[in-house]
Design a protein around this ligand. Structure first.
Ligand code: ATP
Ligand code: MG
Length: 455
């Protein structure tokens, strides 16, 4: 059975380049994915054609010249963007970030040699088969990540490769080959020179990988270079009967207990990050962490800002961290308030976070699954009633209150008062009833009566 399936665009791109007399291969991530039995999400092409020659081959097609300096031409074929890059050798990396310059080459092998890992350094073309110069296929079979060439030098050239290595290990469930791992630890200090955007993209993929917990446990020294806040958590004994793990192990386990969505994984990673700063020992000899949720949320905000994660994501994570240890009682009145405060989506996310957190507490505390199931069922019941959870859900609006003579801030205050009554279950969300129950303090002067007493 042929393991290689090319998209129509990739297939046509290769054919057109080859018909024009150039060498052309699909390369890198897509070849790796196909050998893993996965469908590639995109195809990259590497070719002996110089960028000008590539452009000539695709005359009449839409061409985007974004990466021309590095030899990359993007061609739109059948609506699919295809990145076509000239065989190249990277120059020196004086800033451990970008190659100072690239040199084109006529050799596929040299192009493969500049790539990061053996599994990412293979090329394929129909009729030609697989080109595997560095044993990438064998490494995939052994679930091993191995740098191409001397790992120390490769990580010195571009330290992001260290993080990419951990990312692939997490996503694929692979291990770092010994020399690659040693070099990664040795050169990890260089990660500080990498831009926040590149770091956060890789960190995000690492965290949503199936083995994120294992990587967090195995490489806190490396990840601590970009998240120094993790370092005090390593081996941190919580001195508390609720906890059977040190703080980092607990955190790593908890990360694997939430679904692989970035905001959930980040919230789990950071939920206790403020604990070392809040540690005290009580008279009972137990460790306590008063205010740690708030402190962790503050630090989470700081970290996510520093790594330039999008604001919306950061805010979501901060909220989840801040309330991760809130007591959610199985009481409809209280749950209505939480739904009002957090919104439906974040409320259910918070339950996932609390599940993840408690799944890794001391064994005696793991029987809380039933509690969370009841909470979820209760919340769904509340939501099924089309409840009034926000001011906008009230059966009255600002216009109704204006008609009663309320003005400016009075209107907001009155609406909040009514929402409060409805959330508490003291008033039904019915228009007449709400209007009749406005407290005196919220009642303005009806417009008709204005001016009668000189008001
Ligand atoms: P993904 O599936 O996440 O896209 P990928 O391996 O395709 O993974 P890309 O960033 O798309 O990652 O890079 C495409 C290819 O370019 C890689 O497979 C690898 O051969 C090479 N590459 C990417 N980044 C580096 C790097 N920092 N150093 C060396 N080679 C790299
Ligand atoms: Mg890719």
């Amino acid at each position: 059975m042929n393991r290689f399936f090319l998209s129509p665009a990739a297939s046509r791109g290769l054919a057109l380049l080859r018909e024009a007399g150039h060498e052309a291969w699909v390369v890198g991530g897509c070849v790796r994915d196909m050998l893993l039995g996965q469908i590639p999400k995109d195809y990259d092409i590497t070719t002996s054609a110089r960028p000008e020659e590539t452009k000539a081959v695709f005359t009449g097609y839409r061409i985007i010249e974004t990466g021309l300096r590095h030899g990359t031409v993007t061609v739109i074929l059948d609506g699919e963007p295809l990145e076509i890059t000239t065989y190249r050798v990277d120059g020196d990396y004086s800033d451990a970030r970008h190659p100072d310059g690239v040199t084109f080459t006529r050799s596929l092998r040299e192009d493969a040699a500049r790539r990061d890992f053996t599994m990412n350094a293979m090329a394929y073309a129909p009729g030609e088969g697989l080109q595997d110069f560095f044993g990438g296929q064998a490494d995939i079979l052994d679930a091993r990540i191995r740098a191409v060439g001397d790992p120390v030098r490769r990580f010195q050239e571009d330290a992001l490769r260290i993080l990419r290595g951990l990312r692939f290990a997490s996503v694929l469930g692979f291990s770092l080959e010994e020399a690659t791992e040693a070099a990664a630890r040795q050169e990890a200090g260089r990660l500080g020179q990498i831009s926040a955007e590149r770091v956060s993209a890789e960190l995000g993929k690492l965290l949503t990988g199936r083995d994120a917990g294992r990587i967090l446990r195995a490489y806190p020294d490396i990840l601590g270079q970009i998240l120094p806040e993790l370092l005090p958590m390593v081996g941190f004994n919580q001195r508390n009967v609720h906890h059977c793990y040190d703080l980092l192990t607990h955190t790593a386990e908890a990360v694997n207990h939430v679904p692989p969505e970035l905001h959930l994984r980040l919230a789990m990673l950071l939920h206790d990050v403020g604990k070392p700063l809040c540690f005290s020992i009580g008279e009972d000899g137990q460790g306590h962490f008063y205010g740690h949720a708030r402190e962790s949320a503050r630090l989470a905000g700081e970290i996510l800002r520093r790594l330039r994660f999008p604001n919306q994501l950061r805010e979501k994570v901060e909220t989840l961290v801040r309330y991760h240890d809130a007591v959610l009682e199985e009481d409809p009145r209280i749950l209505r308030r939480w739904l009002n405060r957090l919104g439906e989506e974040t409320f259910f996310d918070l339950i996932l976070i609390q599940r993840g957190d408690t799944a890794t507490l001391a064994p005696a505390y793991r029987g809380r699954a039933a509690h969370f199931e009841r909470l979820e069922a209760l919340a769904r019941e509340i939501l099924a009633e089309e409840p009034c959870l926000q001011v906008k859900d009230l059966a009255v609006n600002g216009r109704d209150l204006m008609a009663l003579g309320l003005e400016g801030r009075e209107i907001g205050n009155a609406l909040r008062f009514l929402l409060d009554q409805v959330l508490e279950g003291k008033l039904p969300n019915e228009r007449t009833c709400l209007l009749e129950n406005l407290p005196e303090s919220c009642r303005g002067t009806p417009p008709d009566d204005r001016g009668k007493n000189g008001a």
